[in-house]
Ligand binder design. Structure first.
Ligand code: ATP
Ligand code: MG
Length: 554
């Protein structure tokens, strides 16, 4: 594919270069830490390409770590889909898959260490009270009345929490830091809570679960991560990240760096919202081709190379920004223009009868790619009855219309020149058949008498062509920033999916799922990886041939 060869550079790679040059690190170890509470999306692809890409380019390592501290929201289905998506994007994690839950014993030990040092306490404020005591950005918080319990009492209560003797929400363990800190995350954050939930990895072993901020830094340190890369909203949390590691006995000190998350126009990227689309059946599952998920884009026909190229082109910075869908589409278009085999399909068929064609179906040899003879040729049957696209015929038209017009000629792609002689209509006035004649002497050459035939249209043999369902996708939302709408469901595009029933040339019957084709003059398509079968062929439009998103006037 046309993936650019040059290594990307960005501020994180510059930091790594400096750390290697100064000897601070001799090898680089990153991680990609998804929470298994949903399928991965294109924003995660940015983080995957960054973390795994760094490990590749610096001969380092990158772990895949499931950040699994919220058992109620997590599921093994998500674990499996995430592994699959990372591999499909072309990356391999180092060693075994990691789970934060592998460290629950050690995390528990570190919590006890903090209690023993007088740096953590069991609180009994209700969640509402805790919110009230926390203060605001402009107002310092207040100390909980339970803040100064003795170490012994804290140890005993934490043990009760662990043993299942405390109801959910009645007690939690908090770090004792600073209720007046300008950083809200430092105002005695909760580090352990009670949850009587079955965990997909640890079963019923635990009924207390560590919080993200406590877990993440320790997991990084235990795995020997050197550069812990996350998105900008965790910037303030870096203080807590460093505080935890400074106050426990652990000899690795990873450093956290933040970059701006990917936002894409006309879509949402929050897993909560994506989950709602799926649960409320507003789309057909996480891998619906309209979803910004990796599995949805894959099903739509995006290639791993095009997604890596997209991540390369958007770069990694600290500036918040929103990327136009056209940048994603131009990556797949560049790939498929080079690499997709050509084929013919008619999406809105109207019948053509070639009255002076008699005899059997003829087999034409057609090139699979106009500029790549190495991609070979295929057989395309030509017969007396064909289908052409409804919009490729007009009874009358001016010279700008370079398709078939009554009384005029046009070339059928890879075949002959035909002339429209007369038409037949149904009672409603719709054209049902276009009767034509063809010039036998125009296969692969211009008419002998020097007539110029400018237009070329695509076609499919009516006798040999195969019926297929064709799914066209449009943006899922009608506004560029649906996440900002009061109710994002209200701005769903009701026309995001159009289903057509067309005809495809017979060579496409054996099209492998996800393998890209350019349907000549229409766009790039692939067979659906779930719904397409020999009895019922289904093709998805990946992207149109040209950018129909370009703003008018551009
Ligand atoms: P959400 O906020 O929707 O739940 P998340 O960020 O919590 O998503 P995680 O599973 O925790 O999702 O993300 C795993 C990694 O991917 C994190 O390091 C996170 O920063 C990164 N990531 C998530 N979304 C994006 C995005 N839109 N752009 C870049 N990186 C992202
Ligand atoms: Mg997260």
């Amino acid at each position: 594919m046309s993936e650019s060869e040059a290594r990307p550079t960005n501020f994180i790679r510059q930091i790594i270069d400096t750390d290697l040059a100064s000897g601070k690190h001799t090898s680089i170890h990153t991680r990609f830490p998804p929470e298994p509470n949903g399928y991965l999306h294109i924003g995660h692809a940015k983080s995957i390409c960054l973390n795994f890409g760094i490990a590749q380019d610096y001969q380092g390592q990158c772990n895949l770590r499931f950040d699994d501290t919220n058992p109620e929201k997590e599921d093994i289905e998500y674990v499996e889909s995430i592994k699959n998506d990372v591999n499909w994007l072309g990356f391999e994690w180092s060693g075994e898959i990691c789970y934060s839950s592998n460290y629950f014993d050690q995390l528990h030990g570190f919590a006890i260490e903090l209690i023993n040092k007088g740096l953590a306490y069991v609180d009994e404020l209700s969640p509402e009270q805790m919110r009230e005591y926390r203060g605001t950005l402009t107002q310092a918080g207040k100390h909980s009345p339970y803040r100064d319990r003795s170490v012994e009492e804290n140890l005993a209560l934490f043990e009760k929490m662990k043993n299942g003797e405390v109801e959910e929400g009645k007690m939690c363990l908090r770090a004792k830091i600073d209720m007046a800190s300008p950083f809200m995350v430092m105002r005695d954050p909760v580090i352990y809570r009670v949850r009587f939930a079955n965990h997909h990895q640890t079963g019923d072993k635990w009924c207390i679960y560590p919080m993200y901020d406590f877990t993440h830094c320790i997991s990084d340190a235990l795995e020997g991560i050197t550069h812990s890369i996350c998105t900008l909203e965790f910037m303030d949390n870096r203080r807590l990240y460093d505080w935890v590691l400074e106050n426990i006995t652990i000899d690795c000190t990873p450093h956290q760096y933040e970059f701006s998350r990917l936002n894409l126009e006309y879509t949402v990227m929050s897993k909560r919202k994506l989950n709602q689309l799926v649960t409320d059946k507003l789309v057909n599952g996480w891998d619906d081709p309209r979803m910004p998920t990796i599995s949805g884009l894959r099903r739509r026909g995006f290639t791993p190379g095009s997604m890596r190229e997209f991540c390369k082109r958007i770069g990694v910075t600290k500036q918040d920004n929103t990327i136009e869908i056209s940048s994603l589409e131009s990556c797949i278009r560049d790939d498929l223009n080079e690499n997709a085999s050509r084929a013919m399909a008619v999406l809105d068929p109207v019948k053509v009868v070639i009255e002076n064609f008699d005899g059997e179906t003829e087999t034409l040899m057609v090139a699979n790619h106009p500029n790549k003879p190495e991609m070979g040729t295929r057989e395309v049957p030509f017969s007396r009855e064909l289908y052409i696209e409804g919009e490729d015929f007009r009874e009358e038209a001016n010279k700008k219309y370079k398709r078939l017009v009554l009384g005029k000629e046009v070339r059928l792609r890879g075949a002959y020149v035909i002339q429209a002689e007369r038409i037949e209509k149904d009672a409603e006035g719709n054209i049902t058949t276009i009767y034509c004649t063809y010039d036998k002497d125009t296969l692969g050459k211009n008419p002998a008498d020097g007539r110029k035939v400018k237009g070329v249209i695509h076609w499919v043999s009516a006798e040999a062509g195969i019926a297929a369902e064709i799914r066209l996708y449009d943006r899922l939302f009608t506004v560029p920033n649906p996440g900002a709408a009061d109710d994002f469901v209200s701005v769903i595009n009701p026309e995001s999916l159009t289903v057509l029933h067309g005809f495809i040339e017979p060579s496409l019957v054996t099209a492998e799922a996800e393998k890209a084709y350019q349907f000549e003059r229409i766009g790039y398509f692939c067979a659906d990886n779930k719904d397409s079968s020999a009895d019922h062929l289904v093709f998805n439009r990946t992207v149109g041939l040209r950018d129909t998103w370009a703003k008018i006037g551009d």
